[in-house]
Design a protein around this ligand. Sequence first.
Ligand SMILES: Cc1ncc(COP(=O)(O)O)c(C=O)c1O
Length: 406
Amino acid sequence: MAKLAIDGGAKVRTKSFPGWPVWDESELNALKEVLESGQWGIGNSKVTEFEEKFAAYVGVEYGICVTNGTSSLEIALMAADVSRGDEVIVPPYTFMATASAVLMANGIPIFADIEPDTYNLDPDAMEAAITDRTKAVVPVHIGGCPADMDRIMEIARKHNLLVIEDSAQAHSAEWRGQKVGSIGDIGSFSFQASKNLCAGEGGIITTSNQELGDKCWSYHNCGRVKSGGWYDHRVLGSNFRMTGWQAAILLAQMERLDEQTEIRNRNGIYLSEKLSEIEGIKPTKRDERVTTHAYHLYILRYEADKFGGQPRSRFLKALSAEGIPCSSGYNPLYKHDLFKASIQKDPVMYGCDADKADYSRLHLPVTERICDEEAVWFTQGMLLGTQDDMDDIVEAVKKIKDSFTQ
Ligand SMILES: Cc1ncc(COP(=O)(O)O)c(C=O)c1O
């Protein structure tokens, strides 16, 4: 049996996976155009051009470019009129911003558990979390895999809740042929450096609802209104505007998005087929209504009992040593001190009793098991490789399984 690299054996793979971000002359030329235009910020036509292009791509009427995917969530929640005492349902298996944005709007994040097979918000748990104070829900398309938008929308409509799709990881993902970010009332995307469409930093809000779109526009632009003057500030907003530099890069990056999505899908499907043959490895489920997966992350489920009882931490170390970069991903969000501390410090401001914010008593079993024992992540850049690259991943996992179960 081959000796594991972690024990001093030869690595399965010595090459690196494709690097990220990908760029060429088109980014350089676009940046030069911004430089020479002399309009680097407001008034730069590239921001408007990108807003229109991305909105059309997603299939909505309005796109509002902002500084990042955190501010886009904060602005969306403000536009949804979330304020003191309002509850907003979020999954706990996501980046911190999904829930911290609720606090920033003075709302109360209510964590509902996720599905064990997709790791996306569980619609049953979402429905069970609804109270007469629930204002909105923020499903996250985790890793780029669309959440069950049929059931989420049905439940949200029944209870009159606004739906803000956190699509930060899901550019180009489609649910039954419809792009995410266009299914709920508002979509929110991030263009942070690791994202499938990236400009270092950046974000966009998408909607077809003119009233919500206008509100978002005002909040992101110092409270101005579209029909008003430069010094005409009508609501409390801030400056969340994107620069021409970011828009220039995004326009160039967008030219590659569909092709890259296709490669990630081809490799993601192939990898799932091959990894599923290994007992103890279950790729997260891709629902048949997911017509396009963005594969921002490739997430698999590790079953220690099928790997000789070796904990996930040992598996991750062994896999990394074989030349396959991987990680364990998130911790349950409600365990971070910031949520408890923020509300309990000032329950009056949030309009809730301190008990409601006592997240130390909250236990969401699916999320906790996944975070503690099960999830294994690969990044989207790895899926831009070749089929041989995917075979290396499979070979490394098989080698580890053989060694752990000998
Ligand atoms: C699910 C999710 N929501 C929100 C964000 C926040 O985006 P940004 O980093 O652009 O502020 C991210 C990015 O890391 C994310 O992954």
